[in-house]
Write a protein of this length. Structure first.
Length: 212
């Protein structure tokens, strides 16, 4: 459908105002809300995610595309609820206690939302029990932790332990990422997944939610 392609194209260019208008137009034309979301907004964001992973676009382009997606999604949000369309799953995201970095975390959030996931962003300096509490209150399927300092990496182990102690370790996938994190560290602390970049993190999260 031409208008959905146009939504995807304009989103990739970061034309937020045009995207919003096109989404409103598509709704007025009676195109199903889920179709506008999947074949317009999420498709465009998926292409940006792929290009970002291949270093064809960079953080500024991702930011403007995400802003365009959010403006389009804001039009659809009330309609999606009415149409009974559920999010692809809920993710509880945050930078661990002692760490105030959030650029990487914010990118992950955008990419995950670009996959149709609902992200509860706890911000930075998040203690382990806050992750657990959020999972319980919101029925999240994933805990995604970010750390950019070697000194705060250890808190990720505490998050894994807190999930075990709370008896929810089997119900939730724990994803970790950030500059000092490695696959070996992920295995060492018993987390479920380490991803080197935001686009891959979003893909893995979407897969986890499909399997769950």
């Amino acid at each position: 459908m031409e208008i959905l392609n146009e939504i995807s194209q304009q989103l990739q260019k970061g034309k937020a105002k045009i995207v919003k208008e096109l989404v409103e137009q598509a709704v007025a034309e009676g195109i199903p809300v889920k179709s506008i979301l999947d074949n317009g907004l999420l498709k465009g964001m998926g292409i940006i995610g792929e290009k970002f992973k291949n270093n064809e676009v960079f953080v500024p382009e991702v930011l403007v595309a995400a802003r365009a997606m959010n403006m389009g999604a804001a039009v659809l949000k009330p309609l999606l609820a009415d149409a009974g369309v559920e999010s692809g799953g809920k993710v509880c995201l945050g930078t661990v206690k002692g760490d105030l970095h959030d650029i990487g975390k914010n990118l992950v959030k955008m990419m995950m939302e670009g996959k149709g996931l609902e992200v509860i962003d706890l911000g930075t300096d998040v203690p382990p029990d806050k992750f657990i509490e959020t999972v319980r209150e919101n029925n999240c399927r994933i805990i995604a932790c970010s750390a950019l300092l070697t000194t705060t990496m250890g808190v990720m182990q505490e998050v894994v332990d807190a999930a075990k102690n709370a008896g929810i370790r089997d119900e939730v996938k724990i994803m970790i990422g950030g500059a000092p994190i490695t696959q070996a560290f992920c295995e060492q602390i018993g987390a479920d997944s380490y991803t080197p970049d935001a686009a891959t993190a979003a893909e893995v999260a979407a897969d986890f939610c499909r399997i769950h």
